[in-house]
Structure formats: structure tokens, C-alpha cells
Design a protein around this ligand. Sequence first.
Ligand code: EPZ
Length: 426
Amino acid sequence: MDKLLIRGGNRLSGTLPISGAKNAALTLIPCALLTEEPMTLRNLPRLADIDGFQHLMGQFGVSVSIQGKRPEDFGRVVTFEAQRLTSNVAPYDLVRKMRASILVLGPMLARAGEATVSMPGGCAIGNRPIDLHLKALEAFGAEIELAQGYVKAIAPDGGLPGGDFDFPVVSVGATENALMAAVLANGTSRLFNAAREPEIVDLCNLLTAMGAEIEGIGTSDLTIHGVKRLNGATYKVMADRIEAGSYACAAAITGGEVRLEGANASEMTATNNALRNIGVEIEEDARGMTVRADGPLKATDLTTAPYPGLATDMQAQLMSLLCKAHGTSVLKETIFENRFMHVPELSRMSADIATEGRTAIVKGPSDLTGAEVMATDLRASMSLIIAALAAEGETTVRRIYHLDRGYERLEEKLQLVGADIERVDD
Ligand code: EPZ
């Protein structure tokens, strides 16, 4: 089991490459099930969750070939070919390790007429139900059976008729499953109050490149005209806006200046506005963005919301930054019920944070001190790294397998900009 040792105090400076987006890749990969032709994804991040999904696709008989790109480069080129499927079941032992496996339900149902996926358990940040995924597929004409911890979706003979579904709650994953099921339906489907995250736009762009007919891309009302078949495509995964926002917080908390090569600022408006309100300077250009924080940081109230609101995936990282801001900041987490797991660990680093339900009150500036801390979930882990970069002394972060799920070669990237960080065996 690895751990990370960080000695705080260095001002970060230099250029850091931003990788392909994990949360886009996890919905683009299962699109390979929708065609017998090869589908190639470029700029795939080398992450545990991506490897896990590649393994899951292999379970269905999909051939997965990784080509090009030397191991030391960032961004992989991977071709998936689902010429003939040998299984339409996603087993428990794979799904329990990676809850995004639920995203094979829609495309497998559309391709094979039937799909069985182990129910993904909850996780540290909440119980993560999938009721909206199932309701949307039922609205398109699927029959849903739940038994022995598995969910089975069955299409009528001749395929899904399609239909309308109005989401009572914005759900990224349910929108993705619904889109991947609707593209091969016999008729037209409409989604209302659908998620609008850039990762959904990336999915719609890939599906369109494969021959799907989707209207309203980027809005919360999507119309999908089912087509008979889809062809293969080659598609470049979008830049990871959460990785970029995370490293922006890291640069800012050290009072440094870092260029985030490949970041797409137009997909990070809410995050960049929050950072600017806190006193961080951000220069945006076509190839990335430069983050600079050489003045005092200001306390700022933040509330997470579905896109284009402030991403819940940025809450923990911004909270660490606000520990160094002058004044009291109020953070409201509206998406998940338990996304303050980083607070007790930050408090052990001398942060002054009180939580009340889904609200956290951060008082600053705190003189953060190094400590032995433990990662609990992906973004909470990153918030500990960010705090450690500005803490007095050494911080040891354990259970960093959480980090390896979402941040490609984290310590290498931070070393590129001068952080004193190393990965050691625990
Ligand atoms: C995606 O999760 C992301 N994961 C999450 O990122 C992200 O935090 C989340 O969207 C919100 O932006 C991936 O894309 C792989 P939701 P998802 O369905 O799809 C409730 C990270 O750190 N809900 O939009 O699971 C749910 O409980 C991860 O990279 C239902 O009630 O999120 C939550 O309260 C963490 N029923 C809210 O909706 C459902 O059927 C939003 O969840 C589905 C969701």
C-alpha cells in the first residue's frame, strides 16, 4: 500500500499538463458496445478506473488494444471493438470496485436487447441510488427486474420503442445511461431536466460522430431520434476540468504561478469565478490557463449545484484553499449527503472548520500543520494534498489508492511545478 509524503511551503511554479477527463472517459468507453465497428478514444487518462473499465469491456468479449503513446507520455490511445459480444452481464466482483460500471446498462440493453449489472453499492460520499437510471430506461420501454443484488433490463422484441422522461433530480449518470439506450431505439426519445455537464456534451459529440441524431446538446432538454445502427469513430476525450480546478487550488494555496496546459477554461466558469472571488488571478487562452495567487486570499461563500453551477467535485479542494483565506466562508454541499469526509482530516492539520448537515463553516487564515492523514474518497484525498502543500512540516497521506482512481500521475505532475512530494511504500 503506497503513501504520499509532502513537505509544505514551496511556491508552485511552472507548467503542468492536464489529462483527459476521467468522468468523460467512463461514459465514452461503453459507447463501444453500440457498434460492431472499432471505436478509438484518444487522450485517455492512465487511471485505475479506466483500467478497470477496459477489463470490464473485455469480460463482454470486446477487444481492447492500447496503441501509440510511450508509457511516459500522458494520454493513451485505445481502440475498442465489440464485433461479437460473449456476455451481457457485469459481475459483482467488478462492479463493486468501480460503480461507474452501471454505465454499461444502457448501451448493453440497446445493443443486445438485455443487460444484467450488479447493483453498485453506495460509497463514502453517499448511498448513490440508481432509481433514475432505471426509471428512464423503463420510460423508453425496458422491463426492469431486480434480483440477488443484480438489475436486469430487457427490451421488447424488436428493440426499445423509445419515450419521454422528465428527471425529478438532475443526474449525470442517469442522463448518460438514457442517452446511450435511446440512440438505437426504434423511435424518438426526449429527456427533460437532463444533466448539462461538459462530460454529457462530450458523450453527445461522440455519439453524433458515430451517427446518432441528438438535438439540444448542451441544454437540459434532449431529443434523440433512434437510428438502425451506429458506426465506429475516433474521438479525443475532453480535458479534465476537475483535475484542472484541483491543481488551480494547489497553485493558489502556495501563492504560486502555474500554467495548466490543455485546461479548457470555458468548461470551468463557475470554478474560475469562485477562484477569482477568492482573489486568485486566472488568465485563459485557447491552449490552457495560467493561475496566479500572489496576494491575500478572501473568504468566499460557495454552494455546489448541477452544471453550470459550481461542481460538487470541486467542493473539497476549494475548502482547503479557503482555510488560508481571511475571514469566514460558508460552503453548502447540495448534491451528496456525506461529502465532508475531508473535514476531520483537515482539522487534524489545524484547519478551523465546523459542519452542520450539508453546510461547512471555514474560518481562516489557519496556520496549517503537517500530520498523518487518511484519504477517504477521491476528491477528499486531493483536498488533503492541497492543504499539505501549504502546511508547516511534513504530511503523510495514506490510502492513496483513492487518488489513483482520479488523478493521473499526481506526484509527477506536482513535482513538475516544484512540490516537495514523493510516493513511498507504506
Ligand atoms: C457523476 O456521478 C460523477 N461520476 C461524480 O464524480 C459527480 O460528483 C456527480 O456526477 C455529480 O456531478 C462520474 O461521472 C463517473 P449523479 P453520478 O447521478 O452520475 C442522486 C468524482 O469525484 N441520484 O449526478 O453518480 C445522487 O444520489 C465523482 O469524480 C439519485 O437519487 O452522480 C446524487 O445525490 C464523485 N438517483 C445526485 O442525484 C439516481 O438514479 C447526483 O448524482 C442517480 C442519482
